[in-house]
Design a protein around this ligand. Structure first.
Ligand code: NAD
Length: 397
């Protein structure tokens, strides 16, 4: 079966690296995005997102003529959908982008094509892709539709796209087999075969597992604070048990994956998704708990000194050493403290400016602050010698 022409829909953090990698392996790739500026940037051989090595890959792919971008799909052997899957208000999964991308490819899909959904998706979405194509008049009995969730780590995407194991689940056995065969052409990790629903659930379960483990650590951190025990030391000690591996607590859980995907299970699972829902709630509560701690400390300072405390919020990103603020508990805490009229010094070494508040250098913040709160364990903050601090991310340990 011919699989040389690829059409990738959605040219973001997943779609663009995938397109550039496939082009570097000799496939003819047509990338599609609804944002004209993204398409123009890529066609100039440049990139619109920050990811190591991606610029080199895209430049080479565009220069060799193997990667072209456009706002409309084109005929291909394999279609890959990599569009966002956020949620609507109330944590209701939003698959509108997937449906609209599917409708967009429908006029170009032909007999014998493979259609792959890579977006992280609620269980049943691959069936929705197939149904959407059917409603658009495509004879889906002659197509191979499958899900292959992406599990790359931002910052290491180009390497992990090749090295990670992949899970492929088709709506038919033949779809699974042919799609897995396609991935084996460029993936060095193992390509594991299952059905579409199981493949969808694997990705959601991986992120829910991490969310639950972090919730356990966050609950421990609150209990340890009550018992006057150092939670970081406790976790270091218990993880010496050969079968215990507790993750690290923090100011909550952020990012567009772990803080989002478990809700896809909770939404469909209802009252049966007890642990997964509770983990989300514990992680959200940890952020509220941190806000209360900081406000109490500020109140004590004000009573003792007769003036408002200057509070340094150290870090705004959702995890250490990145500039990504999506769903970030640190950003949420900073916003809430400002909203509650605290005198805040916002620090984020990985960004230069923010539209809502002034970003100041961490050394200047340390000089000016009465209370220092560590929200993200950025490398700049390690081994600082601070007297009055609230360390929610263990950066000083
Ligand atoms: N970024 C990650 O690290 C990561 C890791 C694993 C899984 N995922 C999942 O992969 C999917 C894509 O994530 P991302 O980070 O690449 O998102 P992104 O926001 O970086 O990129 C998505 C792109 O799709 C485009 N788009 C939206 N609707 C479109 C349409 N109808 N047709 C064409 N283009 C369209 C957007 O303009 C955007 O450029 C999501 O489901 C996400 O959960 C992401």
């Amino acid at each position: 079966m011919n699989k040389r022409k690829i059409c990738v829909v959605g040219l973001g953090y997943i779609g663009l690296p995938t397109s550039a990698l496939l082009a570097s392996r000799g496939y003819d790739v047509h990338g599609v995005d609804v944002v004209q500026n993204t398409v123009d940037t890529i066609n100039r051989g440049e990139i619109h997102i920050v990811e190591p090595e991606l610029d080199t890959f895209v430049k080479a792919a565009v220069n060799s003529g193997k990667l072209k971008a456009g706002t409309k799909p084109a005929k291909a052997d394999v279609f890959i959908i990599a569009v966002p899957t956020p949620f609507h208000d109330g944590f209701v999964p939003n698959i509108d982008y997937v449906v609209s991308a599917t409708k967009a490819i429908a006029p170009y899909v032909q007999e014998g094509n493979i259609v792959i959904l890579e977006s992280t998706s609620p269980v049943g979405t691959t069936d929705t892709v197939e149904d959407t194509l059917k409603v658009a008049g495509v004879d889906t009995s002659k197509l191979y539709v499958a899900h292959c969730p992406e599990r790359v780590l931002p910052g290491h995407i180009m390497r992990e796209l090749v090295e990670n194991d992949r899970i492929v689940g088709g709506t038919t056995l033949e779809a699974t087999r042919l799609t897995a065969e396609f991935y084996r052409e460029f993936v060095e990790g193992e390509v594991l075969e299952t059905d579409a629903k199981t493949a969808e659930m694997t990705k959601l379960t991986e992120n829910s597992f991490r969310d639950t483990n972090i919730a356990f650590a966050n609950e421990l951190s609150i209990l340890c604070d009550k018992f006057d025990i150092d939670v970081w030391e406790l976790i270091k000690l218990i993880n010496r048990h050969p079968r215990v591996n507790v993750l690290q607590p923090g100011a909550g859980v952020g990012g567009h994956c772990i803080a989002v995907d478990p809700w896809f299970i909770v939404h469909a699972g209802g009252d049966d998704a007890k642990i997964i829902r509770t983990a989300r709630e514990v992680n959200t509560y940890k952020t509220e708990w941190a806000i209360e701690k900081i406000k109490n400390e500020a109140l004590v300072f004000e009573k003792e000194n007769g003036r408002k405390a200057k509070v340094a919020c150290m870090g705004l990103a959702f995890k250490p050493n990145i500039d990504d603020l999506r769903e970030s508990p640190a950003l949420y805490i900073t916003r809430r403290l400002i909203f509650d009229a605290l005198d805040v010094l916002a620090v984020e070494p990985n960004i230069e400016a923010h539209e809502e508040f002034e970003i100041i250098d961490y050394k200047e913040a340390l000089e000016k602050a009465d209370i220092v709160t560590f929200l993200v364990a950025h490398k700049e903050f390690k081994k600082l010698d601070i007297k009055t601090e609230l360390d929610f991310c263990g950066v000083l340990n």
